[in-house]
Design a protein around this ligand. Structure first.
Ligand code: NDP
Ligand code: A1CAB
Length: 274
């Protein structure tokens, strides 16, 4: 275990659970992690699974934390943060919410500016996450290191200089696992339509993704070269990729990701207002 950081999570849903799984009794003792959530069932599950402490309401325990992780939905953020205000001192506030800007969090927190905005993703559940992060100017060197250690406990980190790029990160890697699952679902369906069993289709589709992703990660060649190596002239892959190009699949993916980034920005505008 690296240190005795005291971390309070506000919101104990899907993403918080993924992060706590990587932190509890690894980066810090499980009983240094406190989770506040309005949902008693969610709290009970986290308590049982990870040994963290919990409460249904924001209370003075927040004041004793080194780090407060904001892990509620963007539309729930303003109300959750308002309750924190009396307990804010010098803690690092680390937000994982899509869209909500540091300037709005700071305003709701009475001008507090030790804020790190992050965008993790659900492979954090198995320690394979990747998180884009950006620090506001009140974050100390120690807090910067603590934020990095927290997110590294569940995968890789990528630091940004410009907060605006967090919406791009959201579109690439935050939402990204859903695109991959969508593609796998399409491959599974096609496998069945072409006569394979559900089990055969699942194994073939998922193993292809895992293998291709690992090959891409380990290769020094550009991804386009890896693709070309699969694509024999006049062969089957060429037929598939030509069909994809004819149907503008690549352009559709790019358009979809730009829609995700635009939604991130819109969430900030919609739920960041006073
Ligand atoms: N899911 C993902 O893949 C990713 C999500 N994120 C971000 O993470 C954040 C959380 O997402 P996710 O975990 O999926 O959402 P969840 O809905 O699973 O978790 C949020 C939890 O917070 C609870 N809650 C609501 N209001 C309060 C409050 N005032 N005080 C304490 N708890 C409260 C909710 O209760 P109730 O359900 O009763 O409302 C819920 O249990 C979002 O801002 C999202 O943008 C970032 C990256 C990836
Ligand atoms: O869909 C969402 O809004 C959140 C943010 C990134 C992934 N899930």
């Amino acid at each position: 275990m690296q240190n005795n950081l005291k971390i309070t999570f506000v919101g104990g849903g899907n993403m918080a659970a993924a992060l706590i799984g990587g932190l509890a009794d690894k980066l810090t003792a499980a009983n240094n992690i406190h989770v506040i959530d309005i949902n008693a069932d969610a709290l009970q599950k986290l308590q049982r699974q990870f040994g963290v402490t919990t409460s249904e309401q924001i209370d003075a325990s927040v004041a004793a934390s080194d780090v407060i992780v904001l892990a509620v939905k963007p539309q729930q953020m303003k109300a959750a943060v308002a309750q924190l205000l009396p307990y804010i001192k010098a803690q690092l506030v680390l937000s994982i919410a899509a869209g909500i800007r540091a300037i709005d969090l700071s305003r709701w927190l009475g001008g507090h500016n030790a804020i790190v905005r992050t965008m993790p993703n659900t492979p954090a559940l198995i320690g394979k996450g990747v998180t884009g992060m950006v620090a506001s100017n009140g974050v100390s060197k120690e807090q910067h290191a603590a934020a990095d250690a927290i997110m590294r406990a569940v995968g890789e980190t990528v630091w940004l200089d410009d907060e605006k790029l967090i919406d791009s990160v959201t579109a690439v890697s935050g939402s990204g696992p859903a695109y991959v699952f969508y593609f796998i679902e399409a491959m599974q369906q096609a496998a069945q339509e072409m006569g394979l069993t559900v089990e055969q289709g699942n194994t073939l589709a998922i193993s292809t993704f895992v293998g291709a992703a690992q090959l891409a990660a380990q290769s020094t060649d550009p991804i386009a070269v890896l693709r070309e190596r699969v694509t024999s002239k006049g062969g089957t892959t060429y037929a598939a990729l030509t069909s994809m190009d004819d149907n503008r699949v690549k352009q559709s993916i790019i358009t979809a990701m730009k829609a995700a980034a635009a939604r991130g920005q819109a969430l900030g505008e919609e739920f960041g207002q006073d």
